[in-house]
Ligand binder design. Structure first.
Ligand code: SF4
Length: 115
């Protein structure tokens, strides 16, 4: 199989699903690509470098980043952003917070890219 398709080609797929939608005989190339990726990772330990770094981070930190999940809000603290946590809102008696912003949304608001 790998004399016909290279790892670069396997990892180049963006899983956009266009080939699945357009295939006239209902072949699902994306599931084949995903199985090939699984094979490369699990059997050959041949994931791309960035993915290997992420796997190591998950193994060591429980998160894909190079820091502990307990430090996941450190960027907000460093930037002076007060990000309310649902756990804190509930412990302060707020039962149904009517707005829940994701961190990315909060960050975009902070730097003025979103209204
Ligand atoms: S999902 Fe199909 S069309 Fe989309 S990038 Fe992957 S192989 Fe190409």
């Amino acid at each position: 199989m790998f004399d016909r398709i290279t790892p670069e080609e396997i990892w180049a797929c963006t899983t956009c699903n266009a080939c699945v939608q357009e295939c006239p005989v209902n072949i699902d190339p994306v599931s084949i690509v995903l199985e090939l990726r699984r094979y490369l990772c699990l059997e050959k330990s041949a994931a791309p470098r960035d993915l290997n770094i992420m796997f190591t981070n998950i193994e060591n930190n429980g998160a894909p980043w190079q820091f502990s999940s307990e430090d996941s809000l450190k960027w907000a603290t460093d930037a002076g952003i007060d990000v309310p946590l649902m756990a804190n809102l509930f412990s302060n008696g707020k039962k149904n917070p009517n707005t829940c912003f994701g961190l990315a949304h909060q960050a975009l608001l902070t730097i003025g890219l979103k209204r």
